[in-house]
Write a protein that binds this ligand. Structure first.
Ligand code: HEM
Ligand code: HEM
Length: 181
């Protein structure tokens, strides 16, 4: 175990690891909830599942914002020795794309709900203010954006996971291990 909180030039610290893996779990829950919403007959249950989806989604937004802030004040580990330029570019590009998607996914959900007039809430504890006006056009645009990104995320994550597994099992370096305690 390595208990360091902050990143070093060789590995991610516990804070970055916690933020990475909690967002992974959160996103998996969101897909599970979306599936449950589609597969329940009961309107009452659908209603509470959608509210839970919004609460989990707003939690993810908070974690992603913390994560971006933490990344800004922390060093990012270097690419492992021997990394080619194209590999470094591919990794940087995929990471940037993932950040873009995990930030916009909750934001489009929030705007979609706000535009529909059924804003976001947080575990029944508080109603989160709408930051866009009620509008049918905006609602359908944000719905389309939310749905399109719901398709894009698994594709980019697949590439990302394939790269992580290739590093671990084929190249046998410590890229996967450095995102684990
Ligand atoms: C990273 C966070 C999120 C992920 C991964 C996610 C994922 C999804 C997925 C996969 C769907 C189903 C799309 C489809 O119709 O095929 C969906 C639907 C939806 N999402 Fe999200 N979502 C997130 C955050 C949010 C947030 C923060 C809100 C609102 C505050 C939200 C509101 C909704 C709504 C209202 C639907 C439509 C549900 C229905 O009636 O079928 N989402 N989301
Ligand atoms: C929803 C799924 C996922 C998302 C959104 C995601 C996102 C990200 C992002 C944005 C980074 C860059 C971190 C930074 O430098 O700030 C990263 C790094 C990393 N992720 Fe993921 N990830 C996901 C799932 C996974 C899974 C399932 C694995 C393992 C199989 C994994 C393994 C890694 C590793 C090893 C790194 C460090 C790469 C390096 O050292 O350059 N990720 N991830």
């Amino acid at each position: 175990m390595d208990w360091r909180l902050k990143n070093t030039s060789e590995r991610y610290g516990l804070v970055a690891q916690f933020l990475h893996w909690s967002v992974v779990v959160g996103i998996m829950l969101q897909y599970a909830w979306a599936w449950r919403i589609d597969n329940t007959e009961s309107i009452r249950q659908q209603f509470s599942l959608v509210n839970e989806h919004k609460s989990i989604g707003m939690t993810i937004l908070l974690l992603v914002l913390l994560r971006i802030g933490w990344r800004a004040i922390n060093q990012t580990p270097d690419h492992p020795p021997g990394t080619r330029l194209w590999q470094a570019n591919a990794a940087n590009f995929t990471h940037a794309l993932l950040y873009f998607l995990i930030l916009l996914m909750p934001l489009t959900g929030w705007m979609y709900s706000s535009a529909a007039g059924y804003g976001a809430e947080f575990y029944g504890l508080l109603d989160i203010p709408d930051f866009v006006p009620t509008s049918e056009r905006l609602e359908s645009f944000m719905h389309l954006a939310h749905e399109s990104m719901a398709w894009a995320i698994p594709i980019v994550v697949l590439v990302h996971v394939a790269a992580a597994l290739r590093h671990h099992f084929v190249l046998k370096d410590d890229v996967l291990k450095r995102m684990l305690p």
